[in-house]
Design a protein around this ligand. Sequence first.
Ligand code: AMP
Length: 306
Amino acid sequence: MRIIETIAEMRKLRRQSGLVCLVPTMGSLHQGHRRLIEAAAERGGLTVVSIFVNPLQFGLGEDYDLYPRDLAQDVAASRAAGADVVFAPAVSEIYPPGSEATRIELGPITQVLCGRTRPIHFSGVATVVAKLFHIVEPNFAFFGAKDAQQVAVIRRMVRDLNFDVDLVRVPTVREANGLACSSRNRYLTDQERERAGALRRALTAAQGLYARGERRQAALIAQVSAILKTADITPEYVEVRSWDGLTSLGDTLDESPALLALAAWMGKARLIDNVLLGADREEQAAVRDQSGEGPVARGQSVQRRG
Ligand code: AMP
């Protein structure tokens, strides 16, 4: 496995390669990242894992300086999961002086849900992912379902700016109590980690209600809030939005795919999680993401370049 630190070297390798799969990460790799890398390696071709703690997506007072960094461990984890390349550029390589003012702005989709309290976050994410797409030119890029808004933002950017890349959305990997794996879980005490299992329980209870026919948003949200309350968790938000554009929906949901998402602070960690409403929606959404063109038959080839 190769470790590449410069854009020039990454581009050179890209030109010599056929199919390329990219897994963008900020390092501090855990089981969730591992699953993404395995999915990329299963797709075939050159599997590139980028490791870059992106300053543009951290707001003032957020944990940019504290964010865990351990390149040696991440290299070992990437290799074990099947990566061919770790692309780990320095901040000055990605953002040379004077370049920071150039940003990708996507409008309202970045200002709802997490964007309400993190107004610059998704512009920062979109900007670095656009740069990675230009540098690595992947055929497939892999993102985790845990970060549902991130997937929606990147999907929008890919469509609106005509990137020639297929997005693959990988289901969330969880700890034994249902808590979604996250680099930030290490900020939790043992007791907080245990209580945080309520996030998943609350979302799946609402998903169950939906499956039994409940379509009133208020009732679904009340179910989540009630379970969070039993664990003494006050959420930053619990919201239902359209799955694709994250637009607001009527008081009574129709049958189109919807996202039920939440964020909550537990001690020093801000945790997020979500479910898709409709038992079979998750699978449909995954298939749709891979094609970028609406529902397709399972197993249909989406191979393009390479
Ligand atoms: P991060 O390093 O936190 O920026 O995450 C890099 C990628 O890993 C993103 O696409 C995340 O959505 C994905 N990811 C993070 N946690 C998980 C998880 N628990 N399960 C699946 N994917 C995840």
